[in-house]
Write a protein that binds this ligand. Sequence first.
Ligand code: ATP
Ligand code: MG
Length: 230
Amino acid sequence: MADPSPILTVSGLKKSYEQADKPLEVLRGVDLEVHPGDYIAILGPSGTGKSTLLNIMGLLDRPSAGTLTIAGQNAASLSENSRAQVRNNKIGFVLQFDSLLAEFSVLENVLMPARIGGRALEPLKEKAFDLLKILGIESLAERLPTGLSGGEKQRATIARALINDPVVLLADEPTGNLDRPNAELVFGKMKELTDTLPVAVVMVTHNEHAADYASRPVHLRDGRITDLKD
Ligand SMILES: Nc1ncnc2c1ncn2[C@@H]1O[C@H](COP(=O)(O)OP(=O)(O)OP(=O)(O)O)[C@@H](O)[C@H]1O
Ligand SMILES: [Mg+2]
């Protein structure tokens, strides 16, 4: 099969933070292409710039230099409004701590981004349920998040991030709060998602086990990406 064109590209990406003495250069020229169906795990110790990179890829922050292209659009040329639209329609976010709303059922939580986007919810219920099924928690659809295990909550959060059909799911340390079996379950489910849906996953983590599940495990080291096997 021909390699489809990337849905997200970062090229020569740099990010520095101003400090009292000299700037802190966190990203020093990151190049990365993300294709539909990719499952990229970015590994690296604390403080190497993983969140910085993910925040730039998610249009939550801006690079100091370099380019970011998402869904065919150069991020630098987008207005604030367009950036927000791309964030809402093309990108799904999953963070370390789940942020499910306690007073809504799991299914209602999954539908929340669609509700916020003003979409009709009834036709989306089946889809929300299907996402819960892929993630193995369809039996919890009517439950309130309170009382769910950490792993179950995190899988519900992933389903919620997918309801608006993002082209890419960005996950920042999604298993940081989970024990090893639950972390590996989440890594495995991310793989099933990229095998099943037209979505790419970019996950940053310092959990080395993620490398066993990803289609492309990479290291962020000295401000650059290197393939794990190199
Ligand atoms: N807004 C900021 N201002 C100044 N320095 C920052 C800022 N954000 C991050 N940094 C610094 O940039 C470096 C990279 O931070 P980042 O949060 O991206 O690392 P990380 O790889 O995600 O770490 P962790 O694994 O602990 O989450 C750190 O040294 C951090 O202190
Ligand atoms: Mg981080």
